[in-house]
Write a protein that binds this ligand. Sequence first.
Ligand code: FE2
Ligand code: FE2
Length: 275
Amino acid sequence: MDLKTLKSKIEGIQTLATIPGVARRVLELIGNPTVSLAEISRFISHDPVLTSRILRMVNSPIYGFPGRISSVNQAVLLLGLNVVRGLLFGVTVFDLMQQTMIGLWEHSMGCAILARLMAVKKGLKDPEETSIHGLLHDIGKVILLLKFPDEYEKVMVEAREKELLVYEVEAGYFSTTHATVGAWVAEQWSFPKRLIDVIQYHHKPHLSKVAPMETAIVHFADVLLRGRGFGFAGDSTVPPVHPSSWELVGLSEPDIRSILSEAEDLLDEASDLSL
Ligand SMILES: [Fe+2]
Ligand SMILES: [Fe+2]
């Protein structure tokens, strides 16, 4: 399949027959670039299951807000449109593949937590946004899995048997990787340019132009988390941190150790946060 055909198949993902009604409506809603905070807030509030999921997420260690957020309105006001759209997107699409790639949700939450802690340590002004970047970096895996379940199963088996990284095997099956596929979808859904860049380059952080620091952080967090062992990203090998990211992130070893020890309790809490 050439890239153009693949891209058009991926872009029609919300019309997949296997996507249940609520998820389809969520995707339609967040796919609309003119949607307002009030509309999103109203939509979530009318669905008790979505409401409780969103409230659990915003009160989880992924955010680390002091105090409790008790209503959808409050969450939406505090977090802003981009974060809420990202969150809703993450919860919805990951939910669609819970059974098929067990552990990817945990991997994503773990990356969100570590990326946020690193962003805080670096003094970035919006660590919650970096957290969303971590949460959604591997979204392309979910999309490929939903659209091409049989081929993707083969990709995972091959990665396991040959001890390769998933993205290396993907290239052989799809002529591209989950990073590019995730970026296509994020672009189609009018996600912020920085998020698109992080998704696109999280395995090649030195190529990021729009959000080099966030991309380096998410790349670094991804590797750290695999080293620590939390969740499952589809492959069992731990890749090295790209030298450019070591340099750009510029955290000392004691800094990294303190981030990892701070993350311990948060990861524990997150592992109870099933969808
Ligand atoms: Fe990845
Ligand atoms: Fe990952």
